[in-house]
Design a protein around this ligand. Structure first.
Ligand code: UP5
Ligand code: MG
Length: 297
C-alpha cells in the first residue's frame, strides 16, 4: 500500500527506486506466527531422525529387483514349460509295445551276404516247416513297382547303389505283410529274409513288431557270391545284379550288416551255416538247426 501510494505521488518508477529503501526491519510481507528458527531446526532434526531409522531398518535387505516380480503371464508360461519338460521326459521313458508277442509269433532273421543263398534256402523251409517267407528285398521291389507309390524312385536308387533303404519303409512293409499273412491263415512263423541289415533296424523291429527267436547266418566267400549273382543277372532283370552294384552291396554288407550278426552273436541267437556247397548239402545243415529250434518250442 505504502509503496503504491508513494509511487502514485512521484514521477519515479518502480525500477528507479533503490530496492533496499522498501525493506523495513519488520519486512512488509512477513505474516504473523511464522515459525522461529529453533522450531524449524527441530522439525528438520525429526525428519532426519526418521529417515535415518528407516535406512537402518532396511540394512541387509536388498531392494526388490525387476526380475523377481513376475507377471501372471510369465508365471503361466513357466508352468507350461515345466509341464512340457515333464511330458517329454515321460515319453522318453515309455517303451513302445510290440505289435505281436513272441509267444504267439515266431520270427527267424535270415542273414548273409548278397547271393549267399538266403532266398533259396527259405523256399525249402517254407515247404517243410510251414514258415511264411518274407524277403525284405522282394517287398521293397514290389513297393517300388507299385503304381502310385511315393517311395518307388527312392527304393530304386537305394537298391541300385547297394544302399540300405530307410528302415521306416522296410519295417512298415514287413509288419503289413505279417498281418496280411496271419489274416489269410498262413500261420504265425516267419522267415524274415535279408533283414535287419543295420543295427538300428534290428532294435526298432524288435521294439515295434516282435522280438526275434533266432538268426540264421549264411556264410559264403565273396568270389562265390559274385559268380552266382553274375550268373543270375543274365536273366533276373534286377537292377543290382551287375558287377558295379554287386561290389557296392559287398561293401555295405561288410561295413553295416556284419555288425548286426556280431551283436546277435553276443545274445547267443546266431546259427551259422556254410554255403559254399551244393544247395541240398546246405539245406541239411539248415534242417538240423530248425529241428532243434522247433523241438525246444
Ligand atoms: N544259389 C543259391 N544257393 C546256391 C548254392 N548252394 N550253390 C550254388 N548256387 C546257389 O541265390 C543267389 C543265386 O545263387 C541264385 O541264382 C541261386 O540259384 C544260386 P539267392 O538264394 O537268391 O541268394 P540271396 O542270398 O537271397 O541273394 P540276394 O541277391 O537276394 O541277396 P541280397 O541280400 O543282396 O538281396 P535282397 O533282395 O535281400 O536285397 C536287395 C537290396 O534291397 C539291398 O542291397 C538293399 O539295397 C535293399 N534292402 C534294404 O535296403 N533293406 C532291407 O531290409 C533289405 C533289402
Ligand atoms: Mg534274396
Amino acid at each position: 500500500m505504502f509503496r503504491t501510494a508513494f509511487l502514485r505521488g512521484s514521477r519515479l518508477t518502480a525500477s528507479t527506486i533503490p530496492k533496499q529503501r522498501l525493506y523495513s526491519t519488520a519486512g512488509p510481507n512477513k505474516p504473523n506466527g511464522t515459525p522461529s528458527i529453533p522450531a524449524m531446526l527441530a522439525v528438520a532434526s525429526m525428519g532426519f531422525a526418521g529417515y535415518y531409522t528407516l535406512v537402518k531398518s532396511r540394512e541387509g535387505q536388498s531392494l526388490p529387483r525387476r526380475k523377481d516380480t513376475t507377471t501372471f503371464e510369465e508365471e503361466e508360461a513357466l508352468k507350461q514349460k515345466r509341464l512340457q519338460e515333464k511330458l517329454a521326459k515321460r515319453n522318453q521313458d515309455v517303451k513302445p509295445i510290440p505289435a505281436f508277442s513272441s509267444d504267439d509269433v515266431t520270427v527267424v532273421f535270415v542273414l548273409g551276404g548278397p547271393g549267399a543263398g538266403k532266398g533259396t534256402q527259405c523256399e525249402n523251409l517254407t515247404k517243410d516247416y510251414g514258415f511264411v517267407h518274407l524277403s525284405a528285398g522282394d517287398l521293397l521291389r514290389a513297393e517300388q513297382k507299385r503304381e502310385g507309390s511315393k517311395y518307388g524312385e527312392m527304393i530304386n536308387h537305394y537298391i541300385k547303389e547297394g544302399l540300405i533303404v530307410p528302415m521306416e519303409v522296410t519295417i512298415a512293409l514287413l509288419e503289413q505283410a505279417m498281418k496280411e499273412a496271419m489274416a489269410a491263415g498262413k500261420g504265425s512263423r516267419f522267415l524274415i529274409d535279408g533283414f535287419p541289415r543295420k543295427m538300428d533296424q534290428a532294435i526298432k523291429f524288435e521294439e515295434v513288431v516282435v522280438p526275434s527267436k533266432l538268426v540264421l547266418y549264411f556264410e559264403c566267400p565273396e568270389e562265390v557270391m559274385l559268380k552266382r549273382l553274375l550268373k543270375r543277372g543274365e536273366s533276373s532283370g534286377r537292377v543290382d545284379d551287375n558287377v558295379e552294384s554287386i561290389r557296392k552291396r559287398f561293401v555295405t554288407f561288410i561295413e553295416t550288416s556284419m555288425p548286426v550278426i556280431t551283436e546277435f552273436e553276443k545274445q547267443d541267437k546266431v546259427r551259422k551255416v556254410h554255403c559254399d556247397q551244393p544247395v541240398e548239402k546246405v539245406y541239411e545243415n539248415v534242417k538240423n538247426i530248425f529241428d532243434t529250434l522247433l523241438e525246444k518250442k
